[in-house]
Design a protein around this ligand. Structure first.
Ligand code: SAH
Ligand code: SF4
Ligand code: F3S
Length: 455
């Protein structure tokens, strides 16, 4: 019903224009935030706005924000400064949405210090963007943020970034309240989409020629479908497996505490589910994990890894690690290094603990000194890099099937793709290879990427 109303607003906005209109969008967060941006692009393009890559050409500038760590705020304020220039020169509309707009103190700061912002919307009101924009076009300033969980809306227009790979959000929100994390406060409680809606979306994607999908949620393995029979994440994986045309299934992020045997079995039986599993560790110390409210111990994490390695030959892992959580001692940090040494992660996303207003960890008194956090971060980085360099050696001389994704960002004459284990591969070749899967022989390693030639 609500989406139908939005489609009416889309018509109204569209009818206002006689000449082409342009939008610029900056996505500042995770893949869920990216998927939200794809919906914003979908709505804007239905209103006949065209996308531009440069703020200066835009009639509307949209910032889709993140607030997971402090540096996100600095980045937004910098960008707002840039956008102001265009507001002054030609009256460009400035809109800010996303997770940061669910933080009341940030909304206050923006309204007080950046009064030229026209539209503030939150994560629960994203689908109302056409209605909000219509009001802004009538020269109103709009704040549309809900602090209660939004419903799950189906049918929001979407304009995807890629032609072969698609992001599919299967659930919104998070119930875990890890003590360092802001997400449960800005995204609300867990709400799963119905399995019929998810499967239909993926079937349609397959018909459009999509080959690879990523199932998204803050805690995908606590997915709960609807209906009388219990329908969990393992059921969803098995049903997506059956969809013809889809060749590869990724998911992000599972929680170690919910990695039940049925999920492991579904992956083991699958020919499509990726063999690189993102399994966020956060810390290797049982004491720190307890204070983080992660609900598993160092030993349970290692046992889970071993169990999966036994059941699923060839499986590898990537992870997220936070250093310098309040109260982290030298021994706690050594425990983290110990897990890294034992698991041999394929990739590690490393973060320095950042205090977030309103979270439990922010109230803890034993905050770690900045200097110590940075030193530990460097030590972890060195260990990870040495492991990755060592690990990369095993690829040299092998032939990998690579889906060529596009031109390399750093070198226009090269193409880029990924191995099954998500390693970036750079290769020489003509543009007509883009979108094709081809065998590539790996010839050298360069820490964060491999180089290959057509085999
Ligand atoms: N739901 C996902 C993660 C979302 S946030 C999961 O549980 O894996 C992505 C990563 O950011 C987290 O895994 C964590 O490592 C990091 N992170 C979250 N809050 C943080 C904070 N306050 N300081 C530093 N890193 C943080
Ligand atoms: Fe944050 Fe934990 Fe939820 Fe992930 S599982 S979003 S880290 S609270
Ligand atoms: Fe994602 Fe950042 Fe929000 S990590 S869920 S965009 S706070």
């Amino acid at each position: 019903m609500k989406i139908k109303e939005q489609l009416n607003y889309i018509e109204q906005v569209k009818n206002k224009f006689t000449k082409p209109h342009y939008y610029y969008i900056l996505t500042m967060g995770c893949q869920l935030n990216e998927n939200d941006s794809e919906k914003l692009c979908g709505m804007l393009e239905k209103m006949e706005y065209q996308k531009v890559e440069n703020m200066k050409e835009a009639d509307i500038i949209v910032f889709n924000t993140c607030c997971i760590r402090e540096n996100a705020e600095e980045k937004l304020f910098g960008k707002l400064g840039e956008a102001k220039e265009f507001k002054m020169k030609k009256g460009t509309i400035i809109a800010i949405g996303g997770c940061m707009m669910q933080e009341p103190h940030m909304v206050k700061k923006i309204t007080e210090s950046y009064p030229y912002v026209d539209l503030i919307f939150g994560t629960h009101t994203l689908h109302k963007f056409p209605e909000d924009l219509e009001k802004v076009l009538e020269k109103n300033k709009i704040q549309d943020v809900l602090d209660i969980d939004g419903e799950v809306y189906e049918g929001v227009p979407i304009k995807r970034q890629d032609k072969k790979k698609a992001l599919v959000t299967i659930m919104y929100g998070c119930n875990n309240f890890c003590s360092y994390c802001i997400v449960p406060y800005v995204r609300g409680r867990e709400r799963s989409r119905k399995q019929e809606d998810i499967l239909k979306e993926i079937e349609n994607l397959a018909k459009e020629g999509y080959e690879e999908i990523t199932l998204l949620g803050q805690n995908v393995n606590s997915y709960q479908g609807s209906g009388e029979e219990k329908y969990g994440f393992s059921h969803l994986l098995r049903d997506v497996e059956k969809i013809e045309g889809i060749q590869k299934i990724n998911f992000m992020s599972p929680h170690p505490k919910d990695f039940t045997d049925d999920v492991i079995e579904a992956i083991a039986d699958s020919k499509k589910v990726t063999r690189i599993i993102h399994l966020p560790l956060q810390s290797g110390s049982t004491e720190v994990l307890k204070n983080m409210n992660r609900k598993y111990t160092k030993e349970q994490y290692l046992t889970l890894v071993e169990k999966m390695q036994k059941r699923i030959p060839g499986i590898v892992f990537s992870t997220d690690i936070i250093v310098g959580f309040p109260g982290e001692t030298e021994q706690d940090f050594e425990d983290t290094l110990d897990v890294v040494k034992k698991v041999h992660f394929e990739q590690v996303f490393m973060f320095i603990y950042s205090r977030r207003k309103g979270t439990m960890a922010d109230k803890m008194e034993n905050q770690v000194l900045e200097e110590i956090k940075h030193k530990r971060f460097e030590r972890l980085k060195q260990l990870v890099e040495s492991q990755i360099a060592e690990n990369n050696q095993k690829y040299i001389g092998t032939v990998q099937n690579i889906l060529v994704e596009g031109k390399s960002k750093n070198n226009d004459h090269m193409l880029t793709g990924r191995t099954d284990t998500n390693k970036v591969v750079i290769l020489e070749g003509e543009e007509d290879l883009i979108g094709k899967t081809i065998p590539i022989k790996i010839v050298s390693e360069h820490m964060w990427y491999l180089k290959g030639v057509k085999s």
